[in-house]
Design a protein around this ligand. Sequence first.
Ligand SMILES: [Zn+2]
Length: 232
Amino acid sequence: MKFRPLTASEIDCRVSTINEKGLTLLLYKDARVDMNILDETFGVTGWQRKHEIIGGNLYCTVSIWDAEKKQWISKQDVGVESYTEKEKGQASDSFKRACFNIGIGRELYTAPFIWIGADKFRLTQKNNKYTTYDKFMVSSIEIQDGAITDLAIVNERTGVIAYKMRANGQKLAENEPKAKSNEIICRNCKKPIQGNIGNNGVSYSPREIYNMTKGLCTDCYKQFKAMNGGKQ
Ligand SMILES: [Zn+2]
C-alpha cells in the first residue's frame, strides 16, 4: 500500500529530552491525519477501524476494502497494555500504530536526530528541572522514496528556525552512498553505524550501539555527550 507523504502541518513536534544545553525533539502524527489520509486514499466507506480487548490489551484493527479481490485487508496493533476503563482516551494510540503498520507516516521513522541548542528557545526551570513552554513546528519537509531528505523546524514563539537538517539546503549528491538494507544508519550523520569495542573490552554490534545511543553512531554519540556535559 502506498500513501502520500505527510505535509509539514500534519507533523507534531514534541520535546523528548531537555537540559541546560538544549533539547531533542521527536516527530509525531495525530490520529486525525491518519483518518484524513485513509479517507483521501480509499474513500470514507473504503476503510474501517475496530477496537477490541484481547487478554486485557486494547487492539485496533484497520481494514481496507480491496475492490479487485472483493475482500477486506486488515492490519492490527496493540495500543495500551493492561487496558482499563480510564485509558479509553488512548484508543487512538492503537489506531495510530495500526496506521503506521499499513504505511501511513512511515517516513517519520527516518527522522534525523533533532537537537536544538538552548540559545534557540526559552529555557525555564521548574522544581529543579528544566523545561520550556516554547512550541516547535515543522516549517518545511522534503520526503523522497519514503525517507525525509530535508527538514526545518521553527520556534513558534520567536518565528526563528531552530533546526535545519541540511545547513546549506543542499540535496543528497548523486554519488552519496545510499544505505544498504542491512546497514544501521546513524540518525545524525546518516553514515552506517560500525561495531565497536568498548572500554571494558566487550565488543558491540551496530544494532547494540544503535539501541544504547538511541540511534547514533559512536562519533555522534560522543559529540552529543560532550554537548550535554557528559550526561545523556
Ligand atoms: Zn553519526
